[in-house]
Design a protein around this ligand. Structure first.
Ligand code: G3I
Length: 377
């Protein structure tokens, strides 16, 4: 996993640069990752506050996205749903699509090798079905989120292939027709330059052809399924996006069944691709006949965020939605969570970045909410 993915290049520098906001008014005081706070009674008249009131579909993001035919999703956590009623209320009201933040990863599904535990993922599926939402699934194969038994780098090739085949078939059989798109491989490209990522057991035990093998397995497991490749730092016309484009083009030419590209879109508010280059990037993948999804959107602010940062963040969210809507084939935008109460960002950036989502920790919509609504109108 690239917890500091986009910041891997820039994180250390950023800590210094963005830290200069210290001393500015603190709009959103930093709190721990999963700290639970009571809802603010002052929000009761706010249609976007999590009061449980019925809100007109016409004014929710979900209602607006539906009119545009856009899938608008969020990463989902069962534990947040269990502990926090407002969490589920806001999701059901504002989104029409879910993706599991963690509960469909290998370390959640096969804590014990060969024992598939779908309990948490099934609970998410039930929530999605109850609220008439689509589900996107991520990821079938990743070098990260491995249970201890899978961290073994010495699997013989055939054994590693059998592990992946069993996992792919079990997942795609169990969730068949309940998932509309699968990230078969997540983050398979190197962060260090062209070529495949070499960390993790799959490249190590199988070799570079593990990529095509897993796409063929997934296609065999469910010939109807849409199969995606998902990665970070390739939202605009970056070197990584160029490598990805050429690599995927070559795989397609060899008949590997890939139907879509997921652009993760974890960006810093002061360092993100321009709409023009994102448009160009999406267009070239569309030209290969591929669908594009924005899969893990969040826009990081310095921990000491100001009102100006929130406006800048809103502008980035607006641009992303406008770009997706204008593209030929980018029918889904998923946020990597929606409330700063539950976001991976502060815990994974050493406390340097935070406030990456569209609701604050008390479920008050931020300017980004209105910006997305404006883009969807
Ligand atoms: O649930 C356990 C808890 O029981 C335990 O006490 C605690 C101790 O560390 O860990 C908890 O699990 C953590 C889990 O998040 C739930 O909070 C894991 O340690 C932690 O590694 C895991 O991090 C997730 C990370 O992927 C690795 O799987 C993040 O939440 C999740 O946001 C992040 O998502 C990734 C995408 O899958 C791929 N793209 C990048 C994105 C951000 O890194």
């Amino acid at each position: 996993m690239p917890p500091q993915n986009l910041s891997r290049r820039a994180f250390v520098k950023a800590a210094g640069v963005l830290g200069v906001a210290a001393g500015m008014p603190l709009l959103c005081p930093p709190r721990t990752h999963a700290e639970s706070l009571p809802l603010n009674p002052a929000d009761e008249d706010d249609p976007n506050a999590a009061t449980g009131k019925v809100v007109s579909q016409a004014t929710t993001l979900r209602g607006l996205a539906g009119k545009k035919g856009l899938l608008l999703g969020t990463a989902f956590s069962n534990s947040a749903l269990r502990r926090d009623p407002a969490y589920g209320e806001v999701i059901a009201r504002e989104f029409n699509c879910l993706v599991a933040e963690n509960i469909m990863k290998l370390n959640a599904i096969q804590r014990v090798r060969g024992e598939f535990d779908f309990t948490a993922a099934d609970a998410m599926m039930a929530f999605a079905a109850k609220h008439d939402m689509q589900v996107r699934a991520v990821p079938l194969v990743w070098h990260d989120a491995l249970p201890p038994w899978a961290k073994d780098l010495t699997f013989p090739r055939q054994e590693a292939l059998a592990i992946l085949r069993d996992h792919i078939f079990a997942m795609m059989t169990h969730f068949r027709s309940r998932v509309f798109a699968w990230d078969v491989l997540n983050e398979g490209l190197s962060d260090k330059g062209p070529g495949l990522r070499e960390e993790g057991p799959w490249f190590h035990s199988i070799g570079p052809d593990y990529v095509e093998k897993i796409y063929h397995m997934a296609h065999e497991a469910d010939p109807e399924a849409k199969l995606f490749y998902n990665d970070f730092d390739m939202d605009g016309m970056s070197k990584k996006a160029d490598s990805c484009y050429l690599w995927i083009k070559e795989l397609l030419a060899r008949g590997v069944p890939i139907h879509g590209i997921g652009l993760q879109y974890h960006v810093r508010v002061d360092q993100h691709p321009s709409p023009t280059e994102v448009t160009e990037n999406i267009r070239r993948f569309n030209d290969l006949g591929l669908i594009v999804h924005i899969t893990e959107l969040d826009v990081w602010l310095p921990t000491q965020a100001t009102a100006e940062h929130l406006q800048q963040q809103a502008e980035v969210y607006r641009q992303v939605f406008e770009t997706a809507l204008a593209a030929r084939n980018c029918p889904a935008v998923l946020l990597w969570g929606f409330t700063d109460r539950y976001s991976w960002v502060p815990g994974n950036t050493g406390g340097t970045f935070d406030h990456a989502l569209i609701y604050d920790r008390d479920y008050r919509p931020k300017p980004a909410y209105a910006a997305i609504a404006a883009a969807l109108r």
